[in-house]
Design a protein around this ligand. Structure first.
Ligand code: CMC
Length: 428
């Protein structure tokens, strides 16, 4: 029986060490015993951007990036996208099991009960300029929720945690819809508790003068998109929520850190960047020149590539199917042709093949959002609504994990050694 350990020899001292291997990992802290002298700090692992460091143990989401597999709590994403509702998936992420009918009814009822926001939040939202980026609005308003619910800081109390979870799930879509209305100068439409979670959100977003006709195909398409975004293990925004939450701040503040991380163009902002890219390309005949620029290192093919997936992102496959359902209702998005051609060329090109760059979740989602009537700068807000249950489930898992402490990475100091202060008159 082979030993579950790693033997390393420190060639600086000639000493050997045996490090335990568990679940395919060594504990980085075990390296600290490897020293050249008694007062030596001990060996550290250097891993910028955590390329090869597991920061936690998690039972929520499984990804096999080489085989294009994504599962929430063991359930394949394809089955959840086909059969579940978004709130059902959120329950699964939080509780670890699919809800019974009674459990789902209660969960839906709890969320429905909390969809209103305090009217002061409305004043707060009105303070933003009309052209404020909706992600900035969502970010600020989510952080502001912590001031409305100061008891949210009782993070050790499971009852309080449940209430904040419900509030976040219920109020973020309301704030997101209000951010949409604010950007268009439209009056806010208040939650309607006779509607479904998705139906209510869409109504708050698009209703004008009683004219909004709910379209079940588009609503289900949006729901599938939210399900596909609901969690993605230790991505940038989830890691931000965990890191900020590890200081034991309230969940509204921790989630606002996740929204900030998601805002960036390399993360959730990529769906917006894909549309700008398609706009810039303009016509199919410009694609070869664009690809040549990317290969020359001038810009990236947005919506392509992923830190974990080194094959076709399973979410992108599902989204491509959803796109056709949506376009049947809305008419074809003219940019689809350019996107399909880009994909075709990139999948045949050595540059992309060698680097295992495939379409990711953001490649087609923007085209769908646009066809549904959302403006480009709003796309990442929809990603945030989808990712919310993942952030909150991961935050709670982190809090319950006895091995977790406040996140505090080490560094390799590369600056000056100690030097004397230079008076102003002697500088320069
Ligand atoms: N277009 C062109 N080249 C790329 C791309 C791209 N989209 N992505 C990676 N590369 C190249 C990169 O230049 C590098 O080449 P070389 O080895 O010659 O220097 C190689 O591929 C490896 O890239 P990397 O930057 O080391 O890879 P990473 O794992 O750090 O980055 C990524 C992952 C998603 C940030 C990156 O692929 C990217 O910038 N993609 C475009 C933005 C995007 O679509 N983001 C959405 C990600 S999925 C949704 C989400 O999780 O938010």
């Amino acid at each position: 029986m082979p030993k579950e350990s790693l033997t390393v020899t420190d060639n600086r001292t000639g000493k050997s060490y045996e490090l335990a291997v568990s679940e395919g990992c060594i504990k980085a802290a075990d390296l600290r015993q490897i020293k050249v002298a008694d007062d030596d700090f001990g060996l550290m692992a250097y891993d910028p951007a955590y390329l090869n460091t597991a920061s936690c143990r998690s039972a929520i989401t499984f990804i096999d990036g080489d085989r294009g597999i994504l599962r929430y709590r063991g359930y394949p994403i394809e089955q959840l996208a086909e059969k579940a509702s978004f709130l059902e998936v959120a329950y699964l992420l939080f509780e670890g099991e699919l809800p019974t009918r009674a459990q789902l009814d209660k969960w839906e009822e709890d969320v429905r009960y909390h969809t209103y926001v305090h009217t002061n939040i409305i004043k707060f939202l009105e303070g933003y300029r009309y052209d404020a980026h909706p992600m900035g609005v969502l970010l600020g308003a989510t952080a502001a929720l912590s001031t409305f619910y100061p008891e949210a800081k009782n993070i050790e109390d499971p009852t309080s945690r449940y209430l904040q979870r419900v509030r976040l799930m219920a109020k973020i879509p309301t704030i997101a819809a209000f951010a949409f209305r604010h950007s268009r100068g439209l009056p806010f439409v208040f939650p309607r508790n006779d509607l479904s979670y998705i139906g209510n959100y869409v109504n708050m977003t698009f209703e004008i003068g009683g004219q909004h006709e709910p379209n079940p195909v588009l609503q289900r398409a949006l729901e599938i998109l939210l399900i596909l975004h609901a969690d993605h293990e230790q991505n940038c925004s989830t890691s931000a929520v965990r890191a900020v939450g590890s200081s034991h701040v309230d969940p509204f503040s921790a989630v606002s850190a996740g929204i900030a991380a998601l805002y960036g163009p390399l993360h959730g902002g990529a769906n917006e960047a894909v549309l700008s890219m398609l706009d810039d390309i303009g016509e199919k005949r410009n694609i070869p020149a664009f690809i040549a620029e990317v290969k020359a290192g001038h810009g990236r093919l947005m919506g392509f590539g992923h830190r974990v997936y080194k094959s076709y992102d399973p979410r992108a496959k599902l989204i491509k199917q959803v796109a056709y359902d949506v376009f049947e209702q809305t008419g074809l998005n003219p940019k689809l042709e350019i996107a399909l051609e880009l994909e075709k060329i990139a999948l045949e090109d050595d540059y992309f093949i060698k680097r295992k760059l495939y379409p990711n979740v953001d490649f087609y989602s923007g085209l769908i959002y646009q066809a549904m009537g959302y403006p480009t700068d709003y796309f990442t807000v929809l990603f945030a609504i989808g990712r919310l249950p993942g952030w909150v489930a991961q935050w709670e898992e982190m809090l319950r994990d006895k091995e977790q402490k406040i996140a505090r990475p080490r560094q390799i100091y590369t600056g000056y050694d100690s030097r004397e202060f230079v008076p102003m008159a002697m500088r320069g």
